[in-house]
Design a protein around this ligand. Structure first.
Ligand SMILES: NC(=O)c1ccc[n+]([C@@H]2O[C@H](COP(=O)([O-])OP(=O)(O)OC[C@H]3O[C@@H](n4cnc5c(N)ncnc54)[C@H](OP(=O)(O)O)[C@@H]3O)[C@@H](O)[C@H]2O)c1
Length: 294
């Protein structure tokens, strides 16, 4: 079965391409500058040419702070792009798997968010992603929206790689210790997306709609950084770096972020038998892959 994925140069898209064969899929990827999801006629042509059986939208404008000054671009990519994809999928009669974010929530809860919780995005990136969800829901019935969180992969830019780089240069790094969430390994998210796609292909009964998927367990950015330095410290000649806890107020950013955005993943386990993996184990695996040069 042929899958078309956008954002194939991103953290998730790259993993989808890498893992497709394992699931017996032919995954065809596209990204900027050749393919722009804000260009609907380009998408129509691609779908007519490729005739995929399913589309994954892994493309997004993901610069959370940058969106505060690039609102038009953020909405073009995160709302209008998914709207275009949803329309071409609906016209072609094929399902769309779209990726969204924990940031659609405002973080006022103290227990993990379930799919039915009311969204209340705080910043422009978050608002554009919430609008993207609505655009998909209203255009293509056969959709799966996967909200994920704190994504990091071996390919692309992310918090883990930033900490590994900074950790080489500094003895102490100040990291926010009052925002809570769940780090998610991009390879695991790709596996979850492809598992859902495989169930679509195999004719399983699909509960179309919105799902949460992230690493299991909850931490803070500070806890995440400490875990990164602990694993990295096992690879000499790396020196020991310490993460110093600070508050959100001590680290002002352009965009407001939810203080708590853990996601409850019970529904995806129930409907698709997809079980999230402990974030610490997956972090260790990722860092080992990077630092041992595998
Ligand atoms: N990263 C996180 O921590 C996080 C957390 C929660 C949810 N998510 C969601 O997870 C999904 C995947 O995130 P990711 O981290 O893999 O993103 P990523 O690494 O930033 O990759 C996104 C890709 O989309 C491309 N893109 C941007 N605008 C485009 C356009 N107009 N047309 C086609 N492609 C375009 C980007 O190209 P350029 O690099 O050239 O812009 C990039 O290659 C996104 O929906 C994101 O919102 C991410």
């Amino acid at each position: 079965m042929k899958i078309f994925t956008t954002g194939s140069e991103g953290q998730l898209g790259w993993e989808l391409l890498r893992q497709g064969e394992r699931f017996d899929f032919e995954v065809i990827g596209a990204d900027l500058p050749e393919t722009d999801i804000t260009d609907s006629s380009q998408l129509e042509n691609i779908l007519a040419d490729l005739q995929p059986s399913l589309v994954v939208n892994a493309a997004a404008y993901t610069n959370v702070d940058g969106a505060e000054t690039e609102e038009m671009l953020a909405f073009a990519v995160n709302r209008d792009g998914p709207a275009n994809l949803a329309k071409v999928c609906a016209d072609a009669g094929i399902p769309l798997i779209h990726i969204s974010t924990d940031f659609v929530f405002d973080g006022k809860k103290t227990t993990p968010y379930v799919e039915a919780d009311t969204v209340s995005p705080l910043g422009i990136y978050a608002r554009s992603k919430a609008a993207g969800e609505d655009a998909v829901r209203s255009r293509v019935k056969e959709h799966l929206i996967m909200r994920t969180a704190w994504l990091y992969g071996v390919h692309g830019h992310n918090f883990v790689k930033t900490m590994l780089r900074i950790g080489k240069e500094r003895d102490v790094v100040r990291v926010v210790a009052d925002q809570y969430g769940s780090p998610t390994f991009a390879a695991d998210l790709a596996e979850a997306v492809l598992t859902m796609a495989a169930q679509v292909r195999d004719g399983s009964e699909i509960g179309w709609g919105t799902y949460h998927y992230c690493g299991s367990g909850v931490t803070t950015w500070h806890g995440f950084a400490e875990a990164i330095f602990e694993v990295a410290g096992q690879y000499p000649p790396r020196k020991t770096t310490r993460a110093e806890p600070i508050t959100t107020a001590e680290y002002p950013t352009a965009a407001k972020r939810p203080m708590y955005s853990a996601l409850d993943c019970a529904l995806i386990q129930k409907n698709f038998r997809i079980t999230p993996k402990p974030w610490q184990e997956r972090l260790k695996f990722m860092i080992e892959q990077i630092l041992s040069g595998r």
